[in-house]
Design a protein around this ligand. Structure first.
Ligand code: DSN
Length: 416
């Protein structure tokens, strides 16, 4: 690389990633193959439009790449339609809303503090300015509750029901949601559509370890870089071929211009990696590690959410008298990266919070096993309760992290 300043920062970031333990639930490490495609010459190509109907010449190669990405996405999620062009999850959601809704129509989404995303109706996002968002709560135990959802559907008569969350640690009953929507639609003047943003759990869906929302929802959006372990990007899927044209034109030309064909090539590689049996083994280990860490914190008397997926929430305010912000900063000092997060019934503001979100998708990619996940729980607890000097804990974190795979050389099997 000719630019020494940027080369310096890339080396620093690789070192930071290798030296520490990454527990941010939305992060993961893509393979070298994915990164090679993302840094490839395909970045030079303009290809506005869709395969075989582009606005530019010279698209025969990128057409083949995008066709392959679409075919693999459909196979991975057992669905009839895929749009691999969204630049991000937020772009995917913007396009999905546009495909399904008129401006001003009502969307029923989860109370944002209980794990929604900015694009799920936050006052600081385009979503709330364009559509009329109303919010269903969790039940008193912090779980989704079909009876509550059913009541809110009948009360609000939304045009769209939105499921899929950034910090919800439990299994989601997409089939049950479909049933309450269908039963609401039998007597509603406004037929309600069903959208799932599966960005966080897409890898668990792909591995067949939870309900597949494609069986029940009208439209499903995702990112490709979280549990799916691909390049940073977005994805829209559906089994409703009657929506295909609307979704395509909502992505391009409505919300985006030229597709990022280098990223689409990287998505195609990740989808093929995710179709392998090794990916299923990996995802099972993610679930085992997450539960092991959660359960060890319980054993040590701390207040955690429990978990059915790749993440859980630690109530740091009641466990240690710390805000989420303080806990995040303390863990960072010993080389463990997490993020502060609102918890159910949180009384603190989003920039303080009472909780931490902890996930094992990234650490497991580097080789974290169950015993290490338990050791990590002990390190977190010793750090936040100040039971051991930070210097000792930092050495232990570094010893674990340096025994794992190097993030720069990771590669995963492709099974044709
Ligand atoms: N920012 C992501 C997360 O951390 O969950 C959501 O897009």
């Amino acid at each position: 690389m000719n630019d020494q300043a940027i080369a310096h920062f890339l080396a620093l970031e690789a070192k930071r990633q290798n030296d520490g333990i990454e527990l941010i639930a939305s992060e993961n490490y893509p393979s070298r193959s994915v990164r090679e495609a993302q840094g490839s010459i395909l970045t030079a190509k303009y290809a506005e439009g869709y395969p075989h109907r582009r606005y530019y010449g010279g698209c025969e190669v990128v057409d083949a790449v995008e066709d392959l990405a679409i075919e693999r996405a459909k196979k991975l999620f057992s669905c009839a339609y895929a749009n691999v062009q969204p630049h991000s999850g937020s772009q995917a959601n913007a396009a999905a809303y546009h495909a399904l809704l008129q401006p001003g129509e009502k969307v029923l989404s989860l109370v944002l503090n209980d794990g929604g995303h900015l694009t799920h109706g936050s006052p600081v996002s385009f979503s709330s300015a364009t559509y009329d968002f109303v919010f269903y709560p969790l039940n008193a135990n912090g779980h989704l509750d079909l009876a509550i959802i059913s009541r809110w559907l009948d009360q609000e008569n939304p045009r769209l029901f939105l499921a899929g969350y950034s910090a919800y640690p439990y299994a989601i009953d997409f089939q049950g949601m479909r049933e309450v929507i269908d039963s609401h639609n039998k007597h509603s003047q406004v037929p309600c559509l069903f959208m799932v943003d599966m960005a966080h759990i897409a890898g668990i869906v792909a591995a067949g370890l939870c309900q597949n929302p494609l069986k029940y929802a009208d439209i499903v959006t995702s990112t490709t870089h979280k549990t799916l372990r691909g390049p940073r990007g977005g994805l829209i899927l559906s089994n409703r071929l009657d929506l295909a044209k609307k979704i395509d034109s909502a992505v391009f030309p409505y919300t985006q211009g030229g597709p990022l064909e280098h990223v689409i090539a990287a998505k195609a590689i990740a989808f093929q990696e995710d179709l392998s049996s090794a990916f299923v083994t990996y995802m099972k280990q993610v679930l085992i590690n997450t539960k092991a860490c959660n359960d060890e914190l319980v054993r040590r008397g701390r207040i955690v959410s429990g978990t059915d997926n790749h993440l859980f929430l630690l109530n740091v305010l009641d466990s240690y008298g710390l805000t989420g912000k303080e806990a995040q900063q303390s863990l960072e000092l010993i080389g463990i990266t997490t993020n502060k997060n609102m918890i159910h019934g949180d009384r603190l503001k989003p920039n303080e919070t009472s909780g931490l979100r902890i996930g094992f998708a990234a650490a497991t990619t580097r080789g974290c096993n169950q015993e290490e996940a338990i050791r990590i729980a002990d390190l977190i607890d010793d750090c936040l309760s100040k039971a051991k000097p930070f210097e000792t804990l930092t050495k232990e974190v570094h010893a674990i992290a340096s025994s794992w795979k190097d993030v720069m050389t990771l590669d995963f099997p492709i099974e044709e």
